[in-house]
Design a protein around this ligand. Structure first.
Ligand code: FA5
Length: 333
């Protein structure tokens, strides 16, 4: 009987190993371990064994055979199930890369765009681009610009100081005008430069003010430069930047580093005015402190707010919107 048990077990194991699917395997299990299967029918033969001991011993052998078949079936079922699952997943997989949204390109910040356009306009008018440091010495930011220590005009700008060197000697530049002094102390006239850059003031942000904003400085030093050259340059630039519907005007004003000085406004097509910056003829004291002979050379300078120009150009209501990085705002441009 032992031989019969062994061969029934081996036949079951062989059939299991040939089953290629879980369904086929279940069928094999049913066939070999089921009630009518060869192993079960051997169970029926136990009763015909002569002694209790033999019945017991043979029963145990048979049980072990059935258990080994069941264990082999479980192992193979797990394997086949994993293979089938993988095949099903592969079949269900969708190639999502087939649906491609057209790539969306962003754009430079509105202020950066205005900055670059301004450079283009002025380079087109024959200017070169200069730059200076954002952390400045008191001398360049104030003193060279005709504002000696304690000069009351210094309070025109709410200055942020840097804790470096003697107290008050280092500032975050309050305007781009120190670049005038840097250019004049290092270059011989004739000078035609613009200097765009970031400036800092201890101011609370509101619709038209930011504590960190941008200006573009212009400086011309040559022989026989007059106020008419300044007015003509500003008018040419206004039309080139904003378009033919816009014009400019100059209003008398005061800056310590220019004499005479003016405020520069642009007139929108609807007739309203917007203050954009300051300008004037370079003060003889400024030329002299930068080593240029005011008897031989004269010049004009201007400085205006790039952020306000970008705001105006795009019809934005509030400067702060341009720095909120709200994608719904940015996407409009
Ligand atoms: C100046 O800064 C002078 N350096 C301009 C100048 C240069 C005059 C050369 C003469 C010769 P003012 O402080 O007015 O001036 O600033 C000039 C422009 O910067 C303003 O008209 C405005 O357009 C812009 N501006 C000033 N403060 C802010 C601010 N907090 N936020 C945004 N823009 C500002």
């Amino acid at each position: 009987m032992i031989d019969d048990i062994s061969s029934a077990r081996d036949a079951a194991l062989a059939a299991l190993s040939l089953a290629a699917t879980v369904d086929a395997l279940d069928a094999v299990v049913g066939e070999h371990l089921g009630k009518r299967g060869p192993l079960s029918s051997l169970k029926a033969r136990l009763g015909s064994l002569p002694t209790v001991d033999e019945k017991k011993a043979m029963g145990q052998v048979l049980n072990e055979a059935m258990q080994s078949v069941a264990a082999a079936a479980d192992e193979r079922r797990a394997l086949l199930a994993a293979v089938e699952r993988r095949a099903r997943l592969d079949g269900e997989r969708m190639d999502l890369t087939e649906y491609r949204r057209p790539a969306r390109r962003g754009h430079a910040h509105l202020v950066t765009e205005a900055w670059e356009r301004l450079e283009d306009v002025f380079v087109g008018l024959g200017f070169k681009v200069a730059e200076g440091p954002e952390i400045e010495t008191d001398w360049y930011n104030f003193e060279a610009l005709n504002m000696p220590p304690s000069h009351p005009a210094r309070s025109m700008w709410d200055t942020l100081f840097v804790d470096h060197g003697p107290a008050g000697s280092t500032v975050l530049r309050t305007h781009t005008s120190p670049v005038q002094a840097r250019v004049m102390t290092t270059q011989e006239p004739p000078i035609y430069v613009v200097a765009p850059g970031r400036v800092f003031r201890n101011e609370t942000a509101d619709a038209t003010h930011m504590p960190v904003f941008h200006q573009i400085e212009g400086l011309v030093v040559d022989r026989g430069i007059s106020f008419a050259d300044l007015a003509g340059t500003i008018e040419a630039f206004t039309r080139a930047f904003f378009g033919p519907g816009f014009t400019s005007r100059l209003r008398p004003s005061f800056f310590p580093f220019t004499e005479p000085s003016a405020e520069f406004d642009i007139r929108r097509p609807d007739g309203s005015w917007l203050e954009l910056g300051g300008c004037g003829m370079v003060h003889p004291n400024v030329l002299a402190s930068c080593g240029i002979d005011p008897e031989e050379w004269s010049g004009f300078a201007f400085g205006f707010g790039i952020d306000r120009m970008a705001k105006e150009y795009h019809g934005v209501d509030d400067l702060r919107e341009m720095y909120s990085n709200d994608i719904r705002f940015i996407e409009q441009f």
